[in-house]
Design a protein around this ligand. Structure first.
Ligand code: NAP
Length: 327
């Protein structure tokens, strides 16, 4: 591996700059019809090929992704990888309500530990902010769980910069996970520099723009209406053609490294000083194995800059997120 381990926030948690997103594991509702065995195999493939961070969440299959990740990691030394999960979705009323109440988050952590069949979580993220709980109180609950040894790093996901500042009032926050990719660069000018200045690690999600940034699509692509990608703005014109043009500029760089476009773009994130761990998702073990090879790709400063410039049009677009946050 040519990339060094990264340290998360102010903790002693150290991991690879490449992780594995597992929201497809267990047939998460965005991606139905995935078999459990495929999910188990792709998690094992990640750990077998040098990826040391697994990113899951309660809401991925309402606990099923966590259960499968727990099963898959059973064959591996628990101290050899970093386990991250998230919670905040409360279904006790019969429908999804975002809940950051300290007692609710505390119970959620215990439930995640049980599903994952482990006695500690390396990162616990509040998956979404709610409207009523003071942010520092929610984080305070996680700090108490840290003191009890149940979690090692405190994370926030889908919090705005203002909300991150409020949540970090006592300096307890270590990691923030939010959407960021070469096609969604809005956080580069505000959220990400703030995090870097406050020793908070940034973990971008949707780094491959749901597969678009692997370079495998062309103008002829069409998704069925029930495929989530038919609703995502990156796949709509004129953004789609602009993305394809930028991706074409990555191809010669990929060729020079005998790498794929996906590996080259993942290497770009790993060399971005404002990014800590990039967590591409996958549907099959072969994709995870291929993505793990990105750990061997090191771009020159000129190559890094060429990619940066090719996607400069996607900076500060205020295009928003690919998917709407839950209320
Ligand atoms: P992504 O990483 O942008 O895209 C992953 C998709 O790209 C895969 O499912 C696969 O889809 C395709 N792909 C991956 N590697 C490939 C390869 N080598 N060759 C060809 N195609 C490849 O998006 P994501 O998986 O939805 O998100 C990443 C992770 O971020 C998630 O797994 C999750 O852990 C996290 N996340 C967090 C939040 C949050 O609120 N915190 C929200 C969303 C996601 P196809 O095979 O279908 O093309």
């Amino acid at each position: 591996m040519t990339h060094e381990l990264v340290t998360l926030g102010k903790t002693d948690v150290r991991t690879t700059p490449l992780g594995l997103g597992t929201n497809a594991v267990g047939g998460y509702n965005l991606f139905p019809n995935l078999k459990d065995d495929d999910g188990l195999n792709l998690v094992k493939a990640g750990l077998n090929h040098g990826i040391q961070l697994l990113d899951t969440a309660f809401v991925y299959g309402l606990g099923h992704s966590e259960e499968l990740v727990g099963q898959a990691m059973h064959d591996f030394d628990r101290h050899s990888f970093t386990l991250a999960t998230k919670g905040a979705q409360d279904f006790s009323s019969g429908e999804q309500v975002i809940n950051n109440d300290p007692a609710f988050l505390t119970a959620q952590v215990d439930a995640s530990l049980k599903r994952l069949n482990t006695d500690y979580l390396d990162i616990y993220y509040i998956h979404f902010p709610d409207k009523q709980t003071p942010k520092a109180e929610a984080v305070g609950a996680l700090q108490r769980l840290r003191e009890q040894g149940k979690i090692r790093a405190i994370g926030l996901s889908n919090f705005s910069l203002v909300q991150v500042k409020e949540a970090n009032a006592d300096g307890y926050v270590d990691v923030v996970e939010d959407e960021f990719s070469l096609l969604h660069r809005d956080h580069e000018t505000d959220l990400m520099p703030y995090l870097a200045d406050h020793q908070i690690s940034f973990v971008p999600y949707f780094p491959l723009a749901s597969g678009l940034l692997t370079g495998k699509y062309d103008q002829s692509v069409q998704f069925p209406a029930d495929d989530i990608r038919s609703q995502i703005s990156d796949f709509q014109e004129p953004r789609y053609s602009q993305a394809l043009t930028a991706i074409d500029q990555v191809r010669p760089i990929a060729q020079a490294h005998q790498a794929t476009v996906a590996q080259t773009i993942l290497a770009w994130y790993m060399q971005n000083p404002l990014v800590s761990v990039v967590i591409p998702g996958a549907k099959r073990a072969a994709q995870v194995e291929a993505n793990a090879q990105a750990l061997e790709v090191t771009l020159t400063a000129a190559e890094y800059q060429t990619i940066d410039t090719a996607f400069a049009g996607f900076k500060a677009t205020a295009n928003g997120k690919s998917l709407a946050d839950p209320d």
